[in-house]
Structures are given as structure tokens and as C-alpha cells.
Design a protein around this ligand. Structure first.
Ligand code: 3PG
Length: 396
């Protein structure tokens, strides 16, 4: 976007794809507006240069049908507050109402198109639908990093019908940090990977073992690694069909000289509940009938020591069931550790989803170098995949 001058943008209709897929509570109120705020630099830059900003976004998964609960009405209201100017919302993202509202725009105005996923053609990346969206505008800006792993009409197809097609400032920043960290990091580079299942993180683990100097593993998936090592894990979560894979990942790391660290102790529970009885044990002393729900205090210390000399740290996935206070210490400890590393000049990157919620809950979010707005998109990027919404842009 920085490559387009004010002269090139003044009076132009700019279609900006944003990721406004924000959480709502039962009353329909937005509970976290981070993604809306994250798009403000691009929107403000464009309106400041006299462009007519037409925002396209998806919301939820309405499966190609109009769904009253998935209208962008609350988002338009919040955006108007944040921008300090009116935001006109259309009734549909294409068709007469959208065309009329766009035609009535003045320079610097903002229109938000209704949920693009009300049309099945969006997710099918239908060329005719993409052309209808494109026909509303002269220029395309993709700032929806969180949706860039989807090859949909508004993220990918539309670029075929609009030129120039460029990345917005949020997209650029996300790529600079996440892609930068794996392509040309300041080393040592460490990744902390958590989450409950090995199966959902296979691609990420393989790619990170290729790129990192150290890979630290936490979360429920550690028990699959322990069982693969022949340890007793009680009734902890184990993916029996991933035992071989766990062994292979450990072997691959060893062969490459990558330090793959697993926790040395765990917090056990007698059942999966916030008020479960708990105890801390070394990993080779897990009794029958107990399940591991967090990494233990010694592990947090070991992880801290391993991270101490790192210049770049990427974190994806919680260390335990941090939604339950009793099993949140491991995740919280890592969040604090990263905040301290940031203060010492280490580049700390939080890769989307639950880990973002964790650093926010602990209150250290503003101390991280970068917090990704993408869940699936940041994972795919760390896996080394090409994001279709990025590949389709002119500069790509
Ligand atoms: C997200 O919330 O991760 C993005 O907005 C993508 O949403 P999706 O997984 O429904 O495509």
C-alpha cells in the first residue's frame, strides 16, 4: 500500500478486504475488537489520501446463506466509533444496494459491505462473484491476514479482476514478523509449540524443527511424546496413532542438532474440571487414573533457561488448560518469560489463537514484539505454506 501515492488514490474506489471476524457475546456485543483496531492504519491512510474505502469482510461460517446473527451490523458500529466517522453498511455485498451506496460515496468515505459469506460463491472462489465484487472498485488492498490462508473470491479471485492489488499495512506487518522470523531470524531462534494434539501441529512441528535452533513443546501433545518414549501417562490425552510420528520428530531434531525440549514435570488432575484435585509430579512418575493438564514449575524454569539466549522466540499454543486457573501457571509462566525476553531486546512473536488469549489474560500483550491477528493463517505460514491471499497480490 505504501507504494501507492496520494495522487494515485485520491477519489479512487478502493476495495479493502479485512478480517473483522471478531468474537461476540450472547447479546451480540463485540468482546474483543483487536482485529478491527488492527485494520485502522490501512483504513485511515486511505481515507486520509482521499480514497473511497469499500470494506469487504466475512463473519462466522454462514455456509453461503443469509444469517441474521452473522450480519456485520455490530462491526460497522464499532468501526464508526474507532474511526470517529460514519460507516455506511450495505444490505448485501453485491447487487443494487451495494452499488448505490458505493456510487453515493464521497472522497474519504467508508462503506462496509455485508458478510461476503452470505454467498456460497465466496468460498467457492467463483470468478463471476469475484468480478461483481471487483466491479465496485478500482484498486484492491488485502489487509485480511487472518483470512489469507483461504483462496476465496474476496481474498484471491478478486485480484484477477482488479489492478493494482496490494497488501495493506496489517498484512505487511504480519508477514514481516512471521515470515521474517522463519526466513531470516536473528538467532538463536526458538519456537514454543503447545496445544492439545500432535495431529493439529504436525506440519508446524516439522517445519519449525527445520528452521529453529530450539523447539520447546508443551500442552496436551506432550503425553503422546512421553508414551512414545515408553513412559506411563495415566489417563492423559494420547494420540495412539501418532506415537511413531512423535518418535520420528524427536529423531529428526536430534539428527539436525536441534534442541527439542519437553517438560520435566507436569500438573496432574484427577478429572477434567476447574476444581479437580491436582498434584505436581516428574514426568516419569505419573500415577494411574490422573491426567496431565499443565506443565510443572521445573519445566517453566527449564524453558526459561533454554530461552535466555534466544534473539527470536515464536509462541503458538498454550502449555496447559489455561482456561482453568489451577492449570494456568505453565502458560502464564511462559507469557511472563516472553515479556521479560522482549524487555531484553528479543523479538517475541505470538502466533494467533489461544496463545494470544493467554498473553492478554496475563496482561503482557503490549510487551510482545508482535501479536498475530491470524489463527489458521499464522499456523500455515509457520508451516511454510504459501498463503493464497498473499500469493495473489501484485508484489508477491
Ligand atoms: C479466523 O477467524 O481465523 C479467520 O477469520 C478465518 O476464519 P475461517 O476459519 O472461518 O475461514
Amino acid at each position: 500500500l505504501a507504494s501507492l501515492s496520494a495522487d494515485e488514490l485520491r477519489g479512487k474506489r478502493v476495495l479493502v478486504r479485512v478480517d473483522f471476524n471478531v468474537p461476540l457475546d450472547e447479546s451480540g456485543a463485540i468482546t474483543d475488537d483487536t482485529r478491527i483496531r488492527a485494520a485502522l492504519p490501512t483504513i485511515n491512510d486511505l481515507t486520509g489520501k482521499g480514497a473511497r474505502v469499500i470494506l469487504a469482510a466475512h463473519f462466522g461460517r454462514p455456509k453461503g446463506q443469509v444469517n441474521e446473527a452473522m450480519r456485520l451490523t455490530p462491526v460497522a458500529a464499532r468501526l464508526a466509533e474507532l474511526l470517529g466517522k460514519p460507516v455506511v453498511k450495505t444490505d448485501s455485498c453485491i447487487g443494487p444496494d451495494a452499488e448505490a451506496k458505493v456510487a453515493a460515496m464521497g472522497d474519504g468515505d467508508v462503506v462496509l459491505l455485508e458478510n461476503v459469506r452470505f454467498f456460497a460463491e465466496e468460498e467457492k472462489n467463483d470468478p463471476a462473484f469475484a468480478a461483481q465484487l471487483a466491479a465496485l472498485a478500482d484498486v484492491y488492498v488485502n489487509d485480511a491476514f487472518g483470512a489469507a490462508h483461504r483462496a476465496h473470491a474476496s481474498t484471491e479471485g478478486v485480484t484477477k479482476a482488479l489492478s493494482p492489488s496490494v497488501a495493506g499495512y496489517l498484512m505487511e506487518k504480519e508477514l514481516q514478523y512471521l515470515q521474517g522470523a522463519i526466513d531470516e531470524p536473528k538467532r538463536p531462534l526458538a519456537a514454543i509449540v503447545g496445544g492439545s494434539k500432535v495431529s493439529s501441529k504436525i506440519g508446524v512441528l516439522e517445519s519449525l524443527i527445520d528452521k529453529c535452533d530450539k523447539v520447546l513443546i508443551g500442552g496436551g501433545m506432550i503425553f503422546t511424546f512421553y508414551k512414545a518414549r515408553g513412559l506411563a501417562v495415566g489417563k492423559s490425552l494420547v494420540e495412539e496413532d501418532k506415537l511413531e510420528l512423535a518418535k520420528e520428530l524427536e529423531a529428526k531434531a536430534a539428527a539436525k542438532g536441534v534442541q527439542l525440549l519437553l517438560p520435566t514435570d507436569v500438573v496432574l488432575a484427577d478429572n477434567f474440571a476447574p476444581d479437580a484435585n491436582s498434584q505436581i509430579t516428574p514426568i516419569d512418575a505419573i500415577p494411574d487414573g490422573w491426567m496431565g493438564l499443565d506443565i510443572g514449575p521445573d519445566s517453566v524454569k527449564t524453558f526459561q533457561e533454554a530461552l535466555a539466549d534466544c534473539q527470536t522466540v515464536i509462541w503458538n499454543g498454550p502449555m496447559g488448560v489455561f482456561e482453568f486457573d489451577r492449570f494456568a501457571a505453565g502458560t502464564n509462566g511462559i507469557a511472563h518469560t516472553l515479556a521479560e525476553l522482549s524487555a531484553k531486546g528479543c523479538c517475541t512473536i505470538i502466533g494467533g489463537g489461544d496463545s494470544v488469549a493467554a498473553v492478554e489474560k496475563v496482561g503482557v500483550a503490549d510487551r510482545m514484539s508482535h501479536i498475530s491477528t491470524g489463527g489458521g493463517a499464522s499456523l500455515e505460514l509457520l508451516e511454510g505454506k504459501v498463503l493464497p491471499g498473499v500469493a495473489a497480490l501484485d508484489e508477491a
